[in-house]
Design a binder for this molecule. Structure first.
Ligand SMILES: CC(C)(COP(=O)(O)OP(=O)(O)OC[C@H]1O[C@@H](n2cnc3c(N)ncnc32)[C@H](O)[C@@H]1OP(=O)(O)O)[C@@H](O)C(=O)NCCC(=O)NCCS
Length: 169
């Protein structure tokens, strides 16, 4: 009871609530995924990460629904999927719903992931990002990541280079 109350207080102050992703979140996740990427992950890909991959970690961000207020159910507005493979944290997916972008939710999810990875023993974080994805590159640079290389024509739909980034944890 006390901790639930604490969460609600934190929520009223504007910070999202974090939860471990489950298959029950798949509908909401797919809605965000399909409006965020030109080559979105499929539902099956998320299912594998949520249920079958022992290296995968999945966090979801939830905030108050603008119409229903503090007593209504919370909306899932973002998620992060990452792998912790021994000393390495590999960012696999991160997205925030379009209507709540630029409010710190992406930064907050990324920090939650980095903290969790560090606690599990990861010593460096790695990721790839489309070269044209300026919002994401800016977010990762803000979090301390630096560019470590380029993979030419790594992506399809459209074909594009990947920028490799890494961070010592
Ligand atoms: C990238 C993404 C997750 C950022 O989420 P967000 O909640 O909007 O980001 P935040 O509000 O936490 O932004 C944190 C910082 O990142 C940078 N940033 C985020 N969006 C930006 C934008 N559109 N333009 C420039 N910088 C941006 C800023 O430095 C920002 O700090 P500031 O708002 O104090 O200036 C979101 O834009 C998204 O879901 N994009 C589509 C999916 C995607 O590209 N995912 C990453 C794949 S590698």
């Amino acid at each position: 009871m006390a901790s639930a109350h604490h969460h609600i207080l934190g929520h009223e102050l504007g910070s999202p609530i974090v939860s471990a992703g489950t298959v029950e979140h798949l509908d909401a996740i797919m809605g965000i995924e399909e409006s965020s990427f030109s080559a979105p992950w499929t539902r099956r890909m998320f299912e594998v990460e949520l249920t079958d991959n022992p290296f995968a970690r999945f966090l979801t961000a939830h905030i108050e629904n603008a119409d229903q207020g503090p007593k209504g159910p919370l909306d899932l507005v973002g998620y992060v999927c990452f792998w912790v493979v021994f000393e390495e944290l590999r960012m696999m997916n991160l997205a925030v719903a379009t209507h709540v972008r630029r409010r710190g939710i992406g930064r907050w999810l990324l920090q939650q992931a980095l903290t969790m990875g560090r606690e599990e023993g990861a010593r460096r974080a790695l990721l790839e990002v489309r070269a044209s994805n300026h919002p994401a590159v800016a977010l990762y640079e803000c979090a301390g990541f630096s560019r470590s290389g380029v993979r030419t024509k790594y992506y399809t739909k459209p074909v594009e280079d990947a920028v490799l980034m890494e961070l010592e944890l």
